[in-house]
Design a protein around this ligand. Sequence first.
Ligand code: SF4
Length: 738
Amino acid sequence: MKALDLSITLPEEAFSARGLFSSTTGFEFRSSQAKMASLVWEVFKKGGFALIEAGTGTGKSLAYLYPGFFSTAGKKSIGDPVQTADYSREESVSRTIIATHTINLQQQLIEKDIPFLAKATNQSLRAALLMGRSNYLCRRKLSFIQVNKDKLTPEERRSVTKLISCGEEAEGCLEQIGVALSREFRLMLVSESETCLRGHCPFLQSCYWYTAKKKAFAAQVVVVNHHLFFADLALRTGRGRGGGSSEKDFSQEKLVLPPYEHVVFDEAHHLEEVATTYLGIRLDQIEVERFFHRLLRKDGRFSGGRLITLRHSLLNKGADLAFLQRQIGLLETELIPELSELEGCYQRLFALLQNDFSSGAEGEEVNYRFTADLQIEDDLLKETVARIKESSEAWEKKVSLFLDELQEAQVDEEFREDSIFLAETGRYLSRMRMDLPVLLNGDEDAFVHWLETKKRTEAGKTILHRLPLSIGNLLYNNLFTQVKSAVCTSATLAVGKQFGYIKERLGLDLLHPSERRECILDSPFDYNRQVLVMVSKDLPFPDSPLFVQAVLKLLPRIIEATRGRTLLLFTNHRQMQEVYQQVAPILKKKGYNLFLQGETSRHRLLKKYKTASSPVLFGTDSFWEGVDIPGPQLSTVVIMRLPFRVPTEPLFQAKSEALAKEGKESFIHLSLPEAVIKFKQGFGRLIRTKKDRDVVVILDKRICTKAYGRIFMSSIPGGRICHFSVEEMHDEIRSWLG
Ligand code: SF4
């Protein structure tokens, strides 16, 4: 086939009914897809921003991949991830980053859509999938583990054998290999910035992580997840985890993404949540414990922690030299005991936080939000924080002296690995020391601070959080004004056909209207013919004590009418458990196969559901989206109640207060749009192909009795809406599903 002349093949032509793709197997003309591709092309060519809601079945990925590859064809997109210190976007390159929320979509892009595009256009396309660093095996660590296999459990040995045999094919990516590892064992195998020897590593040339990065630097299109995108952005801007400073830094080796000109966010309804996490900071007891454990492990495996092994190595080198005696002495009498003491200070800190600020019943989860400095009224806490500061500073100085001496004695090459690790340890401690008073001081208007813990029981569960209330300004200043173009797309961005909510949350409202394009593209599915939307009118309101009893009577009838094949969507775990306990015995007796969220991983649960006869799945939060079961195996979605968020969640509460200060009603500007977007996601679980014929049952009658119900109904893509009484429902469903 002759290579395509891309300079003239515009998307409206390529995606037309007789265009470039029309003769390719699997392609079906969809006007909404052609419109979307043209819009993205235009934005990429001229620069600017687009918000595109495109219904299920539009073929969004091809519509942004085509411009992603070809609107900038011929421009430079190469860099060197290892040698290049300049990660600035000022370099003249043309590259598109595609960031998605789920791994499924990333795999679909890399394994299906991009090869399809390459074949249809007869072009060789340079694309790369880049995952987070901790997804890649570290060859140096793997080689060390192989030498020390005798110290592993039989199960760990089996995992290592699989990792070695599949490592090459999977390019060192754990996700692809699919081995389940404990968190601790995983850390002993994966690539980490803290322990990487970089230019000094004997495995650098074949390093999985650097190879993946190199591939990304040579690609026109790089596919990543939202987390990696924002982890990179947080590093570039000096914000986020451990950041705290406002200094920009584009020249650190830790940055992962190559320079880029365009970015597409698919599944963009998740952007705010992910960006908020990465632009905030936290102190997690489990992570702190793990950090000290790696330095001072006392259980003997792998000789007990990095400081202890270092002491052994120095002793083995012989204690006759004055220098070595000094170093061993410094380790034994100062570095090891003082780090142990610092560990004790952190333990005391978490114990104080857990005991002083948690209330409620034993073991109950507590989210304690605070708006003042916790140290002000708590002398013991203040004393502990001061002690941490003092001890940490002293230890950081001593470790730096220790490292200088190794260098002066010219043995730092021999102890290179330890030196790098200790230097990183010093930096980590210094970050925690600086973050701590910031985290404890809740007196900041732009941030919400809270303490997550459990009353008394379960040590190790305490986390201090500090999250920005709004990321709009941050994204505007650090992202939208730095790239040529950005596209945010999803099947659920608009609320009642308007983009006001998402624009405000993401800072897109700060752009000049002439720079911003907005578009809602209808799904090619005929919802009015394919979906029956049943709304209950004679059930009690969901807050009534009678609601669950009524639902318990109704559910078996719905499930009987649909012959299983049903997804039940709850908004809280407790109610899901209650309903499950009551109806499970009846349904099981009748031969239905029941699946309850939490029984096993989400992935396994869905896999089992897909092959079971008469399946019924009970799910909450994460099941409202990402469930993709085409055909009759999933015929009915039952929505228990409209998915309004619990008003006591600290972040939600603080956002509501901030809106109130601006004179805005939080129900209109926050609760309602959030719930509508989630509702649309739940609704979207059903129709996945043109042949599907399904039912949505809404048991929350507020959708037809409250004024805001209209906004929910006008946000869904269609459906034959019918208000039913409990008596009529069984027959209606039966006749609809046939
Ligand atoms: S370069 Fe770093 S990540 Fe790669 S193998 Fe060496 S130590 Fe591991």
